[in-house]
Write a protein that binds this ligand. Structure first.
Ligand code: F6P
Length: 336
């Protein structure tokens, strides 16, 4: 039987913030309020569960921030949650407040964390929120489109100046191990080349690529996008793009500049479509909860809402089909 009984729910945002997160928080809280459910927020994600910073939602605050980037209920990375004893404390705190269902807003790492709540008797609904788009069950995560828009705006500006001077421009894009932002920005801006975790190039290969691009009569400049964390040192630390810039400039003798787009991708203004998607994913999650359906991750597939069991592996870069799709797109740019 459908259970419309009063529920106590919590919402948390976890990992790197993503534009549109606030819209999702607001929709979940508003819809829950209409149903007469009691809503809490856990400040700073899983960390807030551990420290018992679980507070009644401030509906006015979440409403008024629904068009803003960031997370008004704060977010954090909390690797300590992997420890079973830490997870036990989190669940004890949730139970103390009588909370039976948690909406987890985050990326694939946060979804892995949510399984630990389920194992301990708390129901969960996962909402995909990350600029990286590194979650496999959904076409787009909340945050991706706004971050992409920030990339496109920046690349357009960079293109204007490097075309004027005939420069080479190396541009770093976020995404951790996922190349989706880089690939989408490349098609949107018609860039000359991309280097992603799937087609890593040595500095000498980058030199050859630039020489090849510049040899084309119609090319004024060479603009190359590079996914972050490709060039790392012995300790896994990122080597600054400036080092690669110096190397290729010396070898090609072409003035070469570098630009790291950086955190404006995370803090980008949530676009209209982002807010629309955040809203419909969140409404769908509430409907599932209303009908007693839990322990699912919600996603978008075209104009359809999809749900997947939280027991799946959500890591997009470990998903053969998604990797194959990415490789096909990289090949298109490679062969231009
Ligand atoms: O996951 C979002 C993201 O912005 C990644 O693209 C990036 O690698 C990472 O977060 C940076 O994380 P932090 O803010 O913890 O340095």
């Amino acid at each position: 039987m459908v259970n419309f009984m009063k529920k106590k729910i919590a919402i948390l945002t976890s990992g790197g913030d993503a534009p549109g997160m606030n819209k999702a928080v607001a929709t979940i809280a508003q819809e829950a309020n209409k149903l007469g459910w009691e809503t809490f927020v856990s400040l700073e994600g899983f960390k807030g569960l551990y420290e018992d910073r679980i507070k009644p939602v401030n509906l006015r605050l979440v409403d008024s921030s629904s068009n803003l980037a960031g997370s008004v209920i704060l977010s954090s990375r909390f690797p300590e949650f992997k420890d079973d004893k830490v997870a036990d404390v989190c669940v004890a705190n949730l139970k103390k407040h009588g909370i039976e269902l948690v909406f987890v807003l985050g990326g694939n790492g946060s979804f892995a964390g949510s399984k630990k709540l389920v194992d301990r008797g708390i129901n969960v609904l996962d909402i995909p929120c990350t600029i990286d788009n590194d979650v496999s069950h959904t076409e787009y995560t909340i945050g991706f489109v706004s971050a992409l828009t920030a990339c496109v705006d920046t690349i357009d500006m960079l293109r204007a100046t490097c075309d004027t001077h005939g420069n080479t421009m190396l541009v770093e894009i976020m995404g951790r191990k996922c190349s989706d932002l880089t690939i989408a920005a490349a098609f949107a801006c018609n860039v000359d080349y991309i280097i992603t975790p799937y087609n890593v190039k040595s500095p000498d290969e980058v030199v050859d690529i630039i020489n090849r691009i510049k040899a084309q009569p119609n090319k004024k400049s060479a603009l190359i996008l590079i996914t972050e964390l490709i060039y790392t040192g012995k300790d896994g630390e990122q080597i600054h793009l400036n080092d690669l810039r110096k190397y290729v400039e010396e070898k090609t003798k072409i003035p070469t500049k570098n630009h790291v787009i950086g955190f404006v991708q995370r803090g980008a203004h949530p676009t209209a479509i982002e807010r629309y998607n955040a809203d419909r994913i969140s409404r769908h999650a509430i409907n599932l909860a209303k009908n007693g359906k839990y322990n699912l991750a919600i996603g978008i597939d075209g104009d359809r809402m999809v749900e997947t069991s939280i027991n799946e592996n959500f890591n997009r870069v470990e998903n053969e089909k998604k990797v194959h799709e990415a490789l096909k797109l990289i090949n298109v740019i490679d062969n231009k």
